[in-house]
Design a protein around this ligand. Structure first.
Ligand code: BGC
Length: 462
């Protein structure tokens, strides 16, 4: 994934950017399987407004076992995390990872006949991760036919087999980073050749609209489109154009706004849900904090304010008024000894913002294996109106990218933003990467990071 930052806004400048539970569920045995009601047929029931309300959320046994094997990991091993379909082979499963069908069957067992949300990330677009290299994928820029035939169609076909389980609610997270990259990384200083190519061939829009349409046709599927994060799309120059592109995409190639349950922000990123000690509308000695180096003219300083405003914007453009937002809170806690406990000094805007902010990054454009990060809010349904859930989509402990070149057959490249020694690029305003060293390939288990996330959890682990 890239989680790139934004091109700009400041005139004339650059920018920014259970185990226990599981055992209990398994003990319920096969009695938990089977349609909730014999009368249920495919698509015969209405979707609920917020799938997370009144439902448990699936605990991925693969992740849970890895977390539980870590010292201290038991404290979170029973938390729900998303299943990532990040390559064609992930659908059937591998020696190390369960396939989609096995996950769905296990979800039904965990549910014990009660409502359950199954969170799944759909992530294999042609030319994936065009502004970064760490999560480049297996499909070349032009392989849209393979995306449809070998990736989306098989996923849809499996999900259709589970459509009659009325208590199963499938929340899909659709193609992280793809559409935002088309907004911010096709022109100017932050442009990449790969993003220009994806804009020109249209395959991100074609792929996302195809996924929305195919998956949205399944009665118990709730599609959430990835909407970057506040430190990427929060500038006026990116906010409106992104919302417009999302609407255009959701209404092309047979997709419709009815195929969209909502949007997700901060997927696999580190931006706080809420900055408790300062607001973007504060001033210091008459100077608006928006002018501080950290805020840098962004309209938002945290993901929740961004998500709620973005929701309004999306509805104004034609999305349904009941769409809900998700916030990935898996790694945005920023607890530990360095976390501020109140507002910073009122000497100047920079001292004030830097002393107030809980976000411990060097720059909001930093996205890879951030040093000092902690687990964020535990998964929570409907924390505030407009937000469907705080969810752990990026499984804590899985790397964002290798800190040095590692040959691999996953299509993954080496992105310098994952190298602790790297001094940055236009997308993070030439700041150090802030990444941890000794990191494995993206998606691979990174024990040292998991330990930091536990230690710096906020709210702290009890
Ligand atoms: C990787 C995927 C992985 C996901 C979840 C991404 O950065 O590219 O392969 O499944 O993270 O850890």
């Amino acid at each position: 994934m890239s989680r790139t930052n934004p091109p700009h806004r400041r005139p004339g400048r650059r920018t920014a950017l259970t185990a226990g539970l599981l055992a209990g569920a398994l003990a319920m045995g096969a009695g938990a399987l089977g349609p909730a009601s014999a009368a249920d047929g495919p698509g015969t029931y209405a979707r609920v407004d917020n799938p997370y309300v009144g439902a448990q959320v699936y605990v991925n046994p693969d992740w849970s076992a890895r977390a539980a094997a870590e010292p201290g990991g038991d404290a979170v091993a029973d938390q729900p995390t998303a299943v990532w379909l990040d390559r064609i082979a992930a659908i059937e499963g591998t020696d190390e990872a369960m396939g989609l069908r096995e996950h769905l069957d296990t979800a039904l067992e965990q549910a014990g006949g009660e409502p359950i949300v199954f969170q799944v990330v759909v992530y294999d677009l042609p030319g994936r991760d065009c502004a970064a290299l760490a999560s480049n994928g297996e499909l070349g820029p032009d392989e849209i036919d393979r995306y449809r035939d070998e990736f989306i169609d098989p996923i849809a076909s499996i999900l259709r087999d589970y459509e009659s389980y009325e208590n199963l609610r499938v929340a899909t997270v659709i193609e992280i980073d793809s559409l935002p990259n088309l907004v911010t990384n096709v022109s100017g200083e932050t442009a990449t050749e790969a993003c220009r190519e994806m804009a020109a061939n249209g395959n991100y829009v074609t792929g996302v609209s195809y996924a929305l349409e195919q998956l949205g046709a399944i009665g118990n599927v709730y599609n959430y489109i990835d909407a970057g994060h506040y430190g990427w799309l929060g500038w006026d120059s990116n906010f409106g154009p992104s919302a417009e592109l999302f609407h255009e995409t959701a209404t092309s190639n047979g997709a419709s706004v009815d195929d969209v349950a909502g949007f997700i922000v901060n997927t696999a990123n580190y931006g706080p849900t809420v900055e408790p000690y300062y607001s973007v509308t504060d001033t210091v000695n008459g100077t608006p904090v928006r002018q501080s180096d950290w805020v840098d003219w962004n309209q938002y300083n945290d993901n929740q304010s961004f998500a709620l405003a973005f929701r309004e914007k999306l509805v104004s453009l034609g999305f349904n008024s009941d769409i809900g937002m998700l916030i990935d809170t898996s790694r945005n806690g920023w607890g530990g000894p360095d976390r501020p406990t109140g507002p910073g000094p009122q000497t100047d805007v920079n001292a004030y913002v830097d002393g107030s902010r809980v976000d411990g990054r060097i720059h909001t454009g930093n996205w890879c294996n951030q040093a000092g990060a902690g687990l964020g809010e535990r998964p929570t349904a409907a924390p505030v109106p407009g937000i469907d859930a705080y969810a752990w989509i990026k499984p804590p402990g899985e790397s964002d990218g290798a800190s040095e070149e590692i040959p691999n057959d996953e299509g993954k490249g080496f992105d310098q933003m994952c190298d602790p020694a790297y001094q940055g690029n236009a997308r993070n305003q030439y700041n150090p990467s802030g990444a941890l060293g000794d990191a494995p390939l993206s998606g691979h288990w990174f024990s040292a990071q998991f330990q930091e996330l536990l230690a710096n959890a906020h709210p702290p682990l009890s």
